[in-house]
Design a protein around this ligand. Structure first.
Ligand code: ADP
Ligand code: G6P
Length: 489
């Protein structure tokens, strides 16, 4: 069982969602989330094969090439897979567990069975398309058993795994009834990548604890040195598994395609037009997120409301735009978050808006990249307030749009991006006063001390420009290629 692709990426999502109309016509739209944003340019550069689910439970098309030359290999999920594997185990068990129990995870044995079956299905699809000795890069929490299964059925492959969300502390992870299977699944990889050193350390600590130790490990996961476009680096932490294989563990902070963003930046006239359409406010505040309870959208609205109430922000001169991409809409906590957010938007506009002049513009929809970049460029203050986030690419996209030093970023300490973006106005989203204070500080500094505000934004901009997604991919793949060269020749 093998194909002819020497580089295969497998993720639960394909970069496009396919929907089928009643007459059978298919339409394609970009699929949501940071994983797709980051991987799409990487795959285009490498001309690889992308195995994934096209977001429908209808029949899926045969493999096809995108305009950018990427071979998409759709994996079919049926309605039961969708409920038990995707909505259930992936997004109502693992997602809340890995985001530090913002809501309680549900542990359901049937969902676990489905998670195993679907991981098996993905692994077999990869095994069919991957050439002898290929490099396979497995993505994210939905597919943590895939490395272990591939190791069994295709020992010739070199396998990398990257987790796009945080890896929790061993104390939390130990709740999971199937913790040992998950760890063993991950250890099928040759290289395990996390955004942050803290997640890599959590994983290493866990391997000591689960089932009395699954392997032994040496070294500590340093933040791998990422400067210039050099990709030859050393992985400093390794786990030796009980079957005597070495698994590298390291942190690789993900980023954005800076060239794409810079290439699509709007003109100053367009930016002025966007602000004009919003009533030419003195202060334009922006939030852009998937509508997810981890993102702290309600909390930032409440902070905004309290600042208007206290007249620390002027309702006649301030506008907040919140764009919220629909996400995982049938899951209870997502439904609840949406209704709380929409209720808050209605109340704030009722209290502080006037006829034809809302203070909050709320869009529950996906926007084009171009439209998003116009909003980022126009916004004076970007509010990114997740309770927990692996990285948060929205924060980096905003910063990339402000090479002229304009604007200010209010960023949660609990977003992975806070480790790199230390010149942002950092806040604790669990503390309403902290969000209010930093939002207010940002607004005041933009007016009263624009030089300092510009110095901070320039520092953020430089950090993002120098650490783009190509560096992330070349760092990870460079390490994986080194392992490939050492073990296969
Ligand atoms: P997550 O992966 O949890 O959704 P990130 O901030 O890392 O969070 O990535 C979100 C990605 O989705 C970003 O690239 C952002 O531009 C994109 N995005 C977010 N909201 C929208 C939207 N309403 N329309 C289009 N793209 C969006
Ligand atoms: C996050 C996850 C991705 C996921 C994305 C969108 O970025 O890390 O794996 O694809 O959210 O979520 P969805 O459930 O729509 O795929």
């Amino acid at each position: 069982m093998s194909g002819d692709n020497t580089f295969v990426v497998v993720a639960n999502r394909l970069p496009v969602d396919i929907s089928v109309a009643a007459d059978g016509t298919r339409t394609f739209s970009p699929s949501p989330g940071g994983l797709v944003t980051a991987l799409s340019p990487v795959l285009e550069r490498q001309q690889g094969c992308w195995v994934g689910w096209p977001g429908t439970v209808e029949e899926v098309p045969e493999p096809f090439y995108t305009d950018g030359g990427v071979l998409l290999h759709p994996v079919a999920l049926n309605a039961h897979d969708f409920e038990a594997f995707y909505e259930g185990f992936s997004n109502a068990t693992l997602w809340p567990l890995y985001h530090d129990l913002i809501v309680p995870p549900i542990y359901d044995r049937e969902w676990w069975v489905s998670y195993r079956e679907v991981n098996l299905k993905f692994a077999h699809e990869v095994a069919e398309v991957a050439a002898e000795g290929a490099i396979v890069w497995v993505q994210d929490y939905q597919l943590q058993l895939v490395p272990g299964i591939l190791r069994q059925i295709r020992p010739d492959l070199t396998i990398g795994f990257f987790l796009h969300i945080p890896f929790p502390s061993p104390d939390l992870f130990r709740q999971l009834p199937w913790r040992e299977e998950i760890v063993r699944g991950l250890l099928g990889a040759d290289l395990l990548g996390f955004h942050l050193v803290s997640s890599a350390t959590n994983f290493l600590d866990l391997t000591r604890e689960v089932a009395g130790g699954i392997g032994s490990h040496t070294g500590q996961p340093d933040e791998l040195e990422v400067s210039g476009q050099a990709s030859v680096r050393e992985v400093t932490a390794h786990i030796t598994t009980n079957d005597n294989r070495e698994v590298g563990v390291a942190s690789f902070p993900i980023s954005i395609d800076v060239d794409e963003v810079l290439g699509l930046l709007p003109t100053p006239e367009k930016v002025a037009e966007v602000r004009h359409d919003l009533g030419d406010p003195q202060t334009l505040i922006l939030g852009v997120d998937r509508l997810d309870y981890t993102k702290g959208i309600l909390q930032r609205l409440l902070a905004f409301e309290e600042l208007l109430e206290a007249e620390a922000l002027d309702a006649s001169n301030t506008v907040l735009v919140q764009v919220a991409t629909p996400s995982r809409e049938r899951i209870d906590h997502y439904k609840r978050t949406r209704s709380q957010v929409e209720e808050a938007v209605g109340r704030i506009n009722g209290r502080f808006g006037s006829l034809g002049k809302p203070v909050v513009h709320y869009h529950h929809q996906s926007l084009s990249k171009k439209a998003l970049l116009e909003l980022y460029s126009a916004a004076d203050i970007m509010l990114v307030t997740p309770f927990k986030d692996g990285m948060n690419l929205v924060a980096k996209e905003y910063v990339a749009c402000h090479g002229d030093g304009s604007g200010a970023l209010v960023l949660s300490e609990f977003a992975g991006a806070a480790h790199e973006l230390s010149e942002a106005f950092l806040c604790n989203p669990f503390d309403m006063e902290s969000i209010k204070r930093q939002l207010s500080n940002a607004a005041t500094m933009l007016q009263a001390d624009p030089e300092t505000a510009a110095r901070r934004m320039n520092a953020l901009h430089e950090q993002v420009i120098e650490h783009d997604v190509n560096l992330w991919a070349s760092s990870f793949l460079g390490c994986l290629h080194d392992i490939h060269a050492e073990t296969k020749h």
